[in-house]
Design a protein around this ligand. Structure first.
Ligand code: NAD
Length: 299
């Protein structure tokens, strides 16, 4: 999978897609990008090997690897198989090429897509990421991989340009399952930290000091370590990961846990809280604004 004979189609150039595609360009790959928002093309104006396609079908022409970094599975299913007059790209993908879904998608949809793509001679790999925009920029994302072992081995050198901690977890869909579960655990930590800091403040305590104590104690988690000071207590709420996407992730996780017929009491509560916060804060809210939502709730 070296840059000289690999052409990459990259569909979904949002907060994560742009820096990930830039790291592939830096490694010498040719990238044909597509996004519904044409303005993103300007972000690649300095890149010699980047071309902005007019359509997904144009982007995938001759591509041996197609990467998706899109919001959710309903968008991916419509892109692959067509919907509402939109033509699907699945049967136009180059035979034996890779379709790498790096979005945080539903494991159920990914399993189904893998089966249908296999029949078309396409190698599906789910490779969702963790670490946010910062790690997407410096190429140090954690990447979870699902699909055939031999496909993972072939695609790994390419993934190494976008991430550092790359873990193979099982068959197609497995990585999307693990990713959803990770994001559920992370969301639970965010909600718990928001509630704890809000109650501490109401008691007259300094939330900065309380967070220091959490970080020196067993209550520490990714929110207390990396988000509270950087995005929450300063009211910046600009981590680059939206509340709408977090809500989608916890919904996927709950569906998965229930589908496995496992206990889901906290997952249910996280989905409800995420839904209420998303509705109250509206479109464009960052997930760290969960703290703002918690502060605004009166009992
Ligand atoms: P984003 O909303 O910034 O970007 C999504 C992009 O997809 C947008 O530019 C949008 O215009 C484009 N798009 C939507 N529908 C499209 C279509 N049909 N065809 C082409 N383009 C289309 O989202 P993001 O933050 O970059 O996240 C992308 C994925 O990565 C999501 O699944 C998210 O859950 C996951 N993720 C995000 C983060 C983060 O910190 N932002 C971290 C890990 C994983």
């Amino acid at each position: 999978m070296n840059p000289a004979d690999t052409k990459i189609a990259f569909i979904g150039l949002g907060l994560m897609g742009v820096p990930m595609a830039k790291n592939l360009l830096k490694a010498g790959y040719e990238v044909l990008g597509f996004d519904l928002s044409k303005e993103v093309a300007a972000k690649f104006s300095d890149e010699q090997k980047f071309h902005f396609a007019n359509s997904p079908l144009q982007a995938i022409e001759g591509a041996n690897v197609t990467i998706l970094m899109l919001p959710d599975s309903s968008i991916i299913d419509a892109l692959l198989w067509g919907a509402d007059g939109q033509v699907g790209i699945a049967d136009q993908l180059v035979k034996n090429s890779y379709l790498l879904d790096m979005s945080s998608s539903s494991p159920i949809s990914s399993k189904a897509n893998n089966q249908k793509l296999e029949e078309l001679g396409i190698r599906f790999v789910d490779a969702p990421v963790s670490g946010g925009v910062k790690k997407a920029i410096d190429g140090s994302l954690a990447i979870i991989v699902g699909g055939k072992q031999e496909h993972f081995q072939e695609i790994k050198p390419l993934l190494e340009h976008m991430g550092k901690n790359i873990t193979y977890v099982g068959d197609a869909g497995a990585a999307h399952a693990v990713k959803a579960l990770n994001n559920y655990v992370s969301a639970a930590g965010l909600i718990a930290a928001s509630e704890a800091l809000n109650a501490a403040t109401a008691f007259g305590l300094d939330p900065h000091t309380v967070n220091q104590v959490l970080n020196a104690s067993t209550g520490r988690n990714n929110t207390t370590e990396n988000k509270v000071e950087a995005y929450m207590l300063n009211d910046a709420f600009n981590s680059g990961f939206s509340l709408a996407l977090m809500r989608k992730d916890v919904q996927i996780a709950l569906g998965f846990i229930e589908g496995m017929k496992c206990y889901s009491s906290l997952a249910k509560q996280c989905v409800q809280t995420a839904q209420e916060a998303d509705q109250k804060l509206g479109k464009g809210a960052d997930h760290t604004a969960m703290y703002d939502y918690v502060r605004s709730q009166k009992h």
